[in-house]
Design a protein around this ligand. Structure first.
Ligand code: SF4
Ligand code: MG
Length: 314
């Protein structure tokens, strides 16, 4: 189903903070329709930025985001609107996105009204539909955000995102701030909605347990580059890249959602001044002379399994 593929090949420079940062460096990631792609990496590696670029919130200074085969900067006004509506983002802090002075009903109706996705006479049934999809009793619609728990607020955000009829959800640490038991509920809701509404997900997380549970494919990011990409079982059973291996070695894996990986030994270098060659070389136990000089290219090490490491040339 390539129709919905969001294909990204970009270089991004961020103007803030003051110095120019190559937050993303020649990232290329293809997300197929109906897939859940987990994007993993230590904080500061650029995964949130990549999520925002894919969702159309941040624009790359170089490179392209393609939606249904059309480059973002070549889109007509109506294509831009469709892309904006079709890709929605669910953030980590469920309260931040909710205006505290609006009822749940107003919050959910806001965007569909603006974009004329339904007539005003349909307001009630429309709002009820999305509240129900997000697991609420429609009677809750007269309540305000502060009258809900953290998990419920996140479900209000989900109902709001769904109400513009998206195809693609970018979840940036969407369950990270919630209690573990609530995390499981929200993750199950995401999975249920995927089947009911044919959704595609990019699931940005530093929690390998959650990613293993939810993803079809996983991309591992290190300092602005995707260093490994594979079906979820491949990543967890046959990791290829030394960075991925280090991440996996650091987590005691018992239950999904329970464990966050500890940082890999050594500091994550500053993205302002990333190491030459393979960015991982200062922390890699297998680093060779070549690793300092030459950027390793992604190559296929098994069907659908890409890894960027010079060891694969040996
Ligand atoms: Fe380690 Fe070299 Fe492979 Fe980078 S390219 S992960 S430094 S062996
Ligand atoms: Mg982040």
């Amino acid at each position: 189903k390539p129709d919905l593929a969001a294909k990204i090949a970009l270089k991004l420079k961020l103007a803030k903070p003051a110095p120019v940062v190559h937050a993303l460096d020649d990232v290329s990631l293809t997300i197929r329709s109906g897939e859940v792609v987990g994007l993993v990496g230590e904080s500061g590696c650029g995964k949130s930025t990549l999520g925002r670029v894919i969702a159309g919130i941040t624009s790359p200074t170089e490179g392209d985001v393609l939606w249904k085969g059309v480059k973002q900067d070549a889109m007509s006004a109506s294509q831009r609107r469709d892309f904006g509506l079709a890709t929605q983002m669910i953030f980590q802090n469920p309260m931040a996105a909710l205006n505290p002075r609006m009822t749940v009903e107003e919050l959910i109706w806001e965007a569909p009204k603006t974009h004329r996705l339904a007539r005003s006479g349909e307001r009630n049934t429309y709002v009820d539909k999305y509240l129900t999809l997000a697991g609420f009793n429609p009677e809750t619609k007269k309540r305000y955000p502060h009258q809900f728990s953290g998990g419920q607020r996140q479900r209000v955000n989900i109902a709001r995102a769904l109400a513009v009829q998206p195809k693609f959800l970018v979840c940036d640490e969407s369950v990270a701030a919630l209690d573990v038991s609530i995390q499981a509920q929200v993750i199950n809701l995401f999975m249920e909605l995927r089947d009911k509404l044919d959704l595609t997900y990019l699931f940005v997380s530093h929690d390998l347990g959650v990613v293993e549970h939810i993803s079809d494919r996983v991309a591992i990011m290190y300092l602005g580059r995707i260093v490994e990409e594979a079906p979820v079982d491949e990543i967890f059973r046959r990791p290829n890249h030394p960075y991925t291996k280090a991440l996996l070695a650091e987590i005691p894996r018992i239950e999904p959602g329970k464990h966050r990986f500890k940082p890999v030994k050594g500091e994550l270098p500053s993205p302002l001044n990333p190491p030459s060659g393979c960015h991982f070389h200062p922390r890699c136990p297998f680093a060779m002379e070549r690793c300092r000089a030459e950027v390793p290219l992604k190559q296929e090490v098994a069907p659908g399994h890409l890894s960027a490491c010079h060891l694969n040339d040996a």
